[in-house]
Design a protein around this ligand. Sequence first.
Ligand code: HEM
Length: 396
Amino acid sequence: MTAPALQTTRRCPYAPPDEHTRIRDTESGISQVTLPSGQVAWALGRLEHIRAVLTDPRFSSDRQHPNFPRLTREQPTSDLMRPSIIQLDPPEHGPARKAVVGEFTVRRMAALRPRVQQIVDDHIDTMLAGPRPADLVRALSLPVPSLVICEQLGVPYHDHEFFQSRSSALLSRAVTAEERRQAATELRDYLKNLILEKAADPADDLLGRQLAQGNDPEDVLSLAFLLLIAGHETTANMISLGVVTLLERPEELTALRDDPTRTPLAIEELLRVYTIAEFANSRVAVEDVEIGGVTIRAGDPVLALSNAANHDPSAFDDPEEIKLDRGARNHVAFGFGIHQCLGQNLARMELQIVFDTLFRRIPTLRLATPADRLPYKDDAFIYGIHEVPVTWEDPA
Ligand code: HEM
């Protein structure tokens, strides 16, 4: 019997695809699925199993391994560059991560806070001065994280239309293999030129500092590519999903507005329920491993279904309910183990500033299209919303 096809669309924006829930709730919590590439992979839906896989060196992140799980029919574009940290296993992963982790510490993020606040305020000013309804995605969700990561890396923001379109093609399932490869090649060439210029005249920005530390420009290129993509689409989608969710819960939104110290808890809950990077935790087994009574053989592709795990009733009470003060930090929305998201402090800080500032400055903000009619991203690898029309009243 062939394994059923991997289901990738959600019936409800804040619940895992039904098939993932079913796999999680089977006796073993593990099942085989057929990926769009034709590969048969093990899919794991329980939080404890996913944590076990993501901390076990017998599972590799090497995307050039022929059996690494692929969610598209074509070969990956990872041959275009050297592997970046997200693709490295120990012992190479540790030093590569150490070379950049200092750029994302809580202290670094605190220093960046005033600039992020200014960027958010400027974009809200522009939105308020423009026509109503406005598309929140274009006005705020996308430009804020994009501008922040550009400034951090030292990538000229005036080229944002170029790299945003290439980045969204890379994350879309709705483009052809050729289009995806072309987008990756163009983005690589753009960053390669930028890094050549920086190598000749290093600036005091993340990429400049990597070069000044003596890191190989080819490695800096792979890092730049990863950070530019990981740094804006993800947070942008969480901003849009978070704003829609909060606008749909006026009482809870008022409580947050009155007491912004509650925002960090709300952000954790939003990260958990939406688990936007639900397919980011793929691995390939390099040795035989037994998990939940199932033997995963060396060479088997493995998908950690982190969205199902973040709704695992053995780990979270009433997992399908959004409880903004739940306080559960044991979710795996940022992954787990050595590859746990490097940008999580940045993402949390951006989300906090956007939510606090937006609802304080525009208390009458409301959706101009009902939430259930919004164009959710069922066609992308990272979940989100394509467009969020919003409107507001003139200040009294
Ligand atoms: C890794 C999610 C924002 C940079 C990851 C992983 C997940 C994730 C699930 C683990 C991948 C794996 O295990 O293979 C998210 C979500 C975000 C977000 C949900 C926003 C809400 C960011 C931002 C940046 C970033 C803003 C950078 C500025 C990275 C990097 C890695 C990573 C570099 C790889 C770390 C390593 O391999 O050691 N992210 N991410 N992410 N993320 Fe994020």
